[in-house]
Design a protein around this ligand. Structure first.
Ligand code: 5RP
Length: 228
């Protein structure tokens, strides 16, 4: 296991200690969240889980965790998830794994959200990681042009790159496509978030602002806790 993986695992295991029996728990998506899912399952608690992707649901089911749909639970007590970048005030870029829409739905339904990551995810300014934007498939190239207009209004001249894998356009669990936007530096994340949401056809974006209550970040000498 390399250093980053060890840090992800330590962060996931630290987050698992926050879970108590009887809780409804949101399960994030990605390699760090998978460490959390495994650590929670190993504790053998009586919990109900809401997964943020089909991949995480498969993992949770294989590990014997009880699953419910988001619509079946009134509220989620605690959600634990990874991130692609952690910036000032625990502002985040998420969606590298393509699950940003379900992740945001679950995060917003949660009383407490904990982001877990390896130390390399901490950045002074968001934007080095290309910002994922989930777009309705119908007419998506036209929506992409309108996204570029919205970016220009935020003084970001970035192009929007349609996400593909092995020559095929990636579809999300909700059947949408994703454009990745290399912004460079996002000086005003709230303004960019609002501009993107104003484009018809944009379902959501990977900026998670004012949502994380705590970060648990693996480091060479242990796990560091950060609050907004
Ligand atoms: C998936 C995500 C992931 O949490 C993010 O991409 C981090 O992944 P990893 O833990 O594998 O580095 O937002 O949509």
């Amino acid at each position: 296991m390399n250093d980053a993986d060890a840090q992800k695992r330590a962060a996931g295991e630290a987050a698992a200690a926050l879970v108590d029996s009887g809780m409804v728990v949101g399960l994030g998506t990605g390699s760090t969240a998978a460490w959390f899912v495994k650590a929670v399952a190993a504790r053998g608690l009586d919990i109900t889980c809401v997964a943020t992707s089909a991949a995480t649901a498969d993992l949770a089911r294989d590990l014997g965790l009880k699953l419910a749909d988001l619509g079946e639970v009134r509220e989620i007590d605690l959600t634990v998830d990874g991130a692609d970048e952690i910036g000032p005030g625990l502002s985040l870029i998420k969606g590298g794994g393509g699950a940003l829409l379900r992740e945001k739905l679950v995060w917003e339904a949660s009383r407490r959200c904990v982001v877990i990551a390896d130390a390399a995810k901490r950045v002074p300014v968001l934007g080095q990681f290309p910002l994922p934007v989930e777009v309705v498939a119908f007419g998506h190239p036209t929506t992409a042009l309108r996204i570029c207009d919205a970016l220009a209004e935020c003084d970001l001249g970035a192009a929007a790159r349609l996400r593909s894998r092995d020559g095929a356009v990636v579809r999300t669990d909700s059947g949408n496509v994703i454009y990745d936007i290399p912004c460079g530096r996002i000086e005003d994340p709230a303004a960019l978030a609002a501009a993107l949401k104003s484009v018809t056809g944009v379902v959501d974006h990977g900026l998670f602002l004012d949502l994380a209550d705590l970060a648990l970040i693996g480091a060479p000498d242990g796990v560091v806790s950060l609050e907004p």
